[in-house]
Design a protein around this ligand. Structure first.
Ligand code: FES
Ligand code: FES
Length: 176
């Protein structure tokens, strides 16, 4: 049995036929091939699968794809605009806020959502608010630096007060 869903992913309208039990992360990775959204656990703890659902960070391993019916989903692939990194992506690069990079898409998506909700941040705020994103490599120091620098970049570029603008990089329509 399959079920039809329609949603917007990175600014592109998507229609698909899926198994009702498909997780949103499976739909993004396996059907849309948006593999920047990672799977790092099976307990909804690591945050590597974080995407934006209607502008809020969520763990895409923790909801069914059908629950995103009609929603706007932004993945890490939708953050950069016209080849220019989002300020938070640029800050992670500048501050060396990653080593292997496995956690980084989820970290960046959570950080962008955090700054949109709370533009004025301290390091303690970042540590507390991103406790749902685990990194196995960095010791977090440079991640916190990156989020603070990214927050400043978002404020100066005017992206701190709006949800991340999606780009139309995803396939326009997928039917499986
Ligand atoms: S894969 Fe979703 S929280 Fe770990
Ligand atoms: S950079 Fe390797 S898990 Fe975070």
């Amino acid at each position: 049995m399959t079920i039809s869903i329609s949603l917007t992913v990175n600014g592109a309208p998507i229609s698909a036929s899926i198994d009702p039990g498909t997780l949103l992360v499976q739909f993004l990775r396996d059907q849309l091939r948006l593999t920047g959204t990672h799977i790092g656990c099976d307990t909804a703890q690591c945050g590597a699968c974080t995407v934006h659902l209607n502008g809020r960070a969520i763990k895409s391993c923790n909801i069914l794809a059908v629950q995103a019916e009609g929603a706007n989903v932004t993945t890490i692939e939708g953050l950069a605009q016209s080849g220019t990194l989002h300020p938070m992506q640029a800050a992670f690069k500048h501050c060396h806020g990653l080593q292997c990079g496995f956690c980084t898409p989820g970290m960046v998506m959570s950080a962008v959502s955090l700054v949109e909700r709370q533009p004025e941040l301290t390091g303690d705020d970042v540590r507390a608010q991103l406790d749902g994103n685990l990194c196995r490599c960095t010791g977090y120091h440079n991640i916190v630096k990156a989020v603070l620098e990214g927050a400043e970049g978002m404020k100066s570029s005017g992206t701190a007060s709006a949800n991340a603008a999606p780009s139309a990089t995803a396939a326009a329509s997928v039917t499986a």
